[in-house]
Design a protein around this ligand. Structure first.
Ligand code: DGL
Length: 271
C-alpha cells in the first residue's frame, strides 16, 4: 500500500486523455497532473529543450511526493524518458507511454505490418522501431509524422469537415498503406480515434485496428502498481491539475480531454 499520488505530465492538456483512463481504471489513486502549456508543442522542439522542461516538471512532481511519474506524452517519452529515469533515481518510479503500446502490439501483431502516427519528434526519434526491435516480434513498422493534428485538435477542429479532410489526407499517404493496425502515437489523438476508425471502416481499408494507448497505458500502470505493491487504499483521493501557463482556452479544453470539469492551477516552471 502506498497513498502517495501518481504524477502524470504532458506538454499540455493532451495527456489528460491518459489521466482520464488512469482515473477510470484506478479511481482509488490520487493524481497530480502537470501540463507544460508554456512550452507546447513539444513535437517541434529540440531534444535538449524537451529534456530541460521535463527535468523541471519531474522536480515539481517529486516535490508533490509522487510515487510514480508517468510521462503521458510520446514526444517527451521519446526525448527524455531515460534522462528523467536517471534523474529521479530511487525517489519515484518512472513510466512512459511508449513501452505499454509496444508490449501490446508485439504480442498481438507478431510478423505483421503496423502503422504509427505521431509528432515529428516521436517519428524522427525512431523510438517505436528501437523498442520493437528489443521484442523480437518481427513487426514491420510504417511511421508517418502528422504535425497538423495536434494544433487542429487544440483548436477544437475534430468531428468536422476540416478534420475529416486532414485525417484522410494523412491516412491515404503511401507510407501508411498495407497496415493491419495503427498506433495513435500521440496522447492528443484519442480525441480523433472515431474519425480515424471511420476512415478505415470504409470499403477500401478493412480490419485496421486503431490503437488508442491511453487505456493500454492505464492497464500497464495498474499491473505495475500491483507488482510493486503500490496501490493506494483509496482514502482521501484528490486530483490536482497544474499548468505552466494559464489561459481560459486551456481551462475550457480540459473538459474535452478529461471528460469532466477540472480546476487548473497555474504553476510557472521558471519564476
Ligand atoms: N501530446 C504530445 C505527444 O503525445 C504531443 C503534443 C506536442 O507536440 O506537444 O507527443
Amino acid at each position: 500500500m502506498n497513498n502517495q499520488p501518481i504524477g502524470i505530465f504532458d506538454s499540455g492538456i493532451g495527456g489528460l486523455t491518459v489521466a482520464h483512463a488512469v482515473n477510470t481504471l484506478l479511481p482509488q489513486e490520487s493524481i497530480i497532473y502537470f501540463g507544460d502549456t508554456a512550452h507546447l508543442p513539444y513535437g517541434d522542439k529540440s531534444t535538449a529543450a524537451i529534456q530541460s522542461y521535463t527535468i523541471k516538471i519531474a522536480d515539481v512532481l517529486l516535490k508533490n511526493n509522487c510515487k510514480v511519474i508517468l510521462i503521458a506524452c510520446n514526444s517527451a517519452s521519446a526525448a527524455a524518458y531515460q534522462l528523467v529515469k536517471e534523474y529521479v533515481g530511487s525517489r519515484a518510479k518512472v513510466l512512459n507511454v511508449i513501452d505499454p503500446a509496444v508490449q501490446y502490439v508485439a504480442k498481438k501483431y507478431e510478423g505483421k505490418t503496423i502503422g504509427l502516427i505521431g509528432t515529428k519528434k516521436t517519428v524522427s526519434s525512431n523510438v517505436y522501431r528501437k523498442r520493437l526491435d528489443k521484442t523480437n516480434s518481427d513487426i514491420e513498422l510504417k511511421a508517418l509524422a502528422t504535425p497538423l493534428l495536434v494544433p487542429m485538435i487544440e483548436e477544437g477542429f475534430f468531428n468536422s469537415n476540416i478534420s475529416h479532410s486532414i485525417i484522410e489526407n494523412y491516412l491515404k499517404d503511401p507510407s501508411l498503406q498495407g497496415i493491419e493496425a495503427l498506433i495513435l502515437g500521440c496522447t492528443h489523438f484519442p480525441l480523433i480515434k472515431n474519425e480515424i476508425e471511420a476512415f478505415y471502416n470504409s470499403d477500401v481499408h478493412r480490419n485496421v485496428e486503431v490503437i488508442d494507448s491511453s487505456m493500454i497505458v492505464a492497464e500497464y500502470l495498474k499491473e505495475y502498481l500491483r507488482k510493486h505493491d503500490l496501490f493506494s487504499s483509496g482514502e482521501s483521493v484528490k486530483h490536482t491539475f497544474y499548468v505552466s501557463d494559464y489561459t481560459r482556452s486551456f481551462a475550457e479544453s480540459t473538459r474535452i480531454f478529461f471528460k469532466e470539469e477540472v480546476n487548473l492551477e497555474h504553476y510557472p516552471l521558471w519564476e
